[in-house]
Design a protein around this ligand. Structure first.
Ligand SMILES: *[C@@H]1O[C@H](CO)[C@@H](O)[C@H](O)[C@H]1NC(C)=O
Ligand SMILES: *[C@@H]1O[C@H](CO)[C@@H](O)[C@H](O)[C@H]1NC(C)=O
Ligand SMILES: *[C@@H]1O[C@H](CO)[C@@H](O)[C@H](O)[C@H]1NC(C)=O
Length: 409
C-alpha cells in the first residue's frame, strides 16, 4: 500500500477518521538552501494588538493600522526559500529542515497546513515509541525553557496522535528565526509516527485557534514569524517525485506563470478553507459548482464529495470501493483520467500519473486512487495531489486568502 497521511487536526471531528485511508508511513526528506537578513523584531503594545487582530482574522481599526504603518514596525524584514527533495518515489509528505535550540539541533519536520502544533520527537519520548527519529534534547540547548504547567495532545485525520509537554526555544527555518517559539515535546506518539522515521515531527502551519496546547494555545511558527517577513505569507511549490520548495515572506515570480488568483479563506475552523469554482473529469466539460475544501499540505490525497468521486471512478474501468482499503481501487492496468479543478476562472489539471497511488500491497495488481471520498467532514481536502499541480500562496494577512497560479515548468 502506498504510504498516505492526513495530518489534519481533528478536534471534535472523530468521524473524519473513518473517511481517510489509514495506512501511512514513509515521507520525503528535504535539503535546505537560502539566504536571509534578519533584523531583530521590536515588540510594542499597539503592534501586539494589531497582530492580535490579524491573528483572529479581523481588520484592524484604521487608526491602529495607520499607527503601525507609520511606526515602521512593518517595514520589512526577511524572506527565505527552503527546498525539499524526495528520497523515495512516493510523495507521501514533504519535510523541511528546522533548526531548534542553541547550538541548533536540525530536525526534519513535515510542514502541515492542516494543524497548528509544532511538535518533535524528543529525549522525553517513550523509548518504545522511537523508531530511529532524531530526538530534540532541551538540556543540550542553552536557549530552551520549560513552559511550566503546559501540555498538548493532538489527534489527526488519519487516526494518528501524539502528546507531551512544552518548551520555548529558538527556532530557525531558512534563516528566519523566532527566538521563543513554543516547541511541543512528544512523550507518546501513535505507531504510525514511530514507523515514519524520515520525519522527526510536524510543523503546523494552520491557524492558531486549533493549536492543542493546554491550559492555553501557543502561537505557530508562522504566527510568530509574520512580523519578520517581507509579506505575511508562505508559498508551496510541491512537485511530483521531484525537488520542490516552500518560500517564506515573498512570492518568487520565477516559480509561476500568469497571474495568481486569490480566493477568500474561511479560517473559522483554524484551517485554510476556500472554495473551488468547479471541476472537470478527463476531457469532459467543466462543471461549475462550489466545492469548499481545505488546502492541506499534510494530507497526501485529494478528498472530494461523493458525487464527484463517483463521477470520476465511473470513468475508470474495473474500479470499485474497497472496504479492505477504505477507498476506491482499480486494476493497475486501467487508465485513470486527469482531474481538473477551478480557482475562479483558472483551471488546474492534475495529470493522470498523480492520480494512481500505486499497488495496494507489494506485488498486487490492484491500485489505490489519488482521489478519495471525504465522507464525514462537510468539506473537501485539497491535499498534496492537488497542491502539486499548482504554485500556491498561503497569505496570512489580516483577511487571509489563498492564491493559486500555474507552475512555471
Ligand atoms: C526563485 O526561484 C528560482 C527558480 O527555482 C531560484 O533559482 C531562485 O533561487 C529563487 N529565488 C529565491 C530568492 O529563492
Ligand atoms: C527506520 O524505519 C525503517 C522502516 O520502517 C526501518 O527498517 C529502520 O530500521 C528504521 N531505522 C531505525 C534507525 O530504527
Ligand atoms: C457559488 O457561491 C457564490 C457565493 O455564494 C454564488 O454567488 C454562486 O452562484 C455559487 N456558484 C454556484 C455554481 O453554485
Amino acid at each position: 500500500m502506498a504510504p498516505l497521511a492526513s495530518f489534519l487536526a481533528v478536534a471534535g471531528l472523530a468521524s473524519l477518521v473513518a473517511a481517510v485511508p489509514s495506512p501511512k508511513v514513509g515521507i520525503t526528506v528535504g535539503t535546505t538552501v537560502h539566504q536571509v537578513r534578519n533584523p531583530d523584531y521590536v515588540s510594542n503594545g499597539p503592534l501586539a494588538l494589531y497582530k492580535t487582530y490579524l491573528k483572529y482574522g479581523v481588520n484592524p481599526p484604521e487608526n491602529l493600522r495607520k499607527y503601525v504603518e507609520r511606526s515602521g514596525f512593518l517595514t520589512k524584514r526577511s524572506e527565505a526559500t527552503v527546498k525539499s527533495t524526495p528520497t523515495n518515489n512516493v510523495d507521501d509528505a514533504y519535510t523541511i529542515p528546522v533548526s531548534i535550540g542553541t547550538p541548533p539541533q536540525v530536525m526534519q519536520l513535515n510542514l502541515d497546513t492542516g494543524s497548528a502544533d509544532l511538535w518533535v520527537f524528543s529525549t522525553e519520548t517513550e523509548s518504545d515509541d522511537v523508531g530511529g527519529q532524531k530526538l530534540y534534547n532541551p538540556s543540550s540547548s542553552s536557549t530552551s525553557k520549560k513552559m511550566a504547567g503546559y501540555t498538548w495532545t493532538i489527534s489527526y485525520g488519519d487516526g494518528s496522535s501524539a502528546d507531551g509537554d512544552i518548551y520555548t526555544d529558538k527556532v530557525t527555518i531558512g534563516g528566519i528565526t523566532v527566538s521563543k517559539q513554543a516547541v511541543e515535546l512528544a512523550q507518546d506518539v501513535s505507531s504510525s509516527f514511530t514507523l515514519q522515521n524520515t520525519s522527526d515531527g510536524i510543523l503546523g502551519m494552520g491557524f492558531d485557534s486549533i493549536n492543542m496546547a493546554s491550559p492555553s494555545t501557543v502561537q505557530t511558527f508562522f504566527g510568530n514569524a509574520q512580523s519578520k517577513l517581507n509579506s505575511p505569507l508562505f508559498t508551496a511549490d510541491l512537485k511530483f517525485h521531484a525537488v520542490g520548495s516552500y518560500g517564506f515572506g515573498f512570492i518568487n515570480s520565477s516559480l509561476h506563470t500568469g497571474s495568481i488568483v486569490y480566493e477568500d479563506v474561511d479560517n473559522s475552523n483554524g484551517w485554510w478553507s476556500w472554495t473551488s469554482s468547479g471541476y472537470a473529469i478527463g476531457s469532459g466539460s467543466f462543471v461549475s459548482t462550489n466545492v469548499t475544501g481545505i488546502a492541506d499540505t499534510g494530507t497526501t490525497l485529494l478528498l472530494l464529495p461523493v458525487d464527484i468521486v463517483e463521477a470520476y471512478y465511473n470513468k475508470v474501468s474495473g474500479s470499485s470501493y474497497s472496504n479492505t482499503y477504505d477507498g476506491f481501487t482499480f486494476p493497475c492496468s486501467s487508465t485513470v483520467p486527469p482531474f481538473t479543478f477551478g480557482v475562479g476562472k483558472l483551471r488546474f489539471k492534475i495529470p493522470a500519473n498523480y492520480l494512481n497511488y500505486g499497488a495496494v500491497e507489494t506485488g498486487s495488481s490492484t491500485c489505490f486512487g489519488g482521489i478519495q471520498l471525504n465522507l464525514a467532514v462537510g468539506t473537501s481536502i485539497f491535499g498534496d495531489v492537488a497542491l502539486k499541480s499548482a504554485f500556491v500562496v498561503f497569505n496570512g494577512a489580516s483577511k487571509p486568502t489563498i492564491g493559486w497560479a500555474n507552475k512555471k515548468l
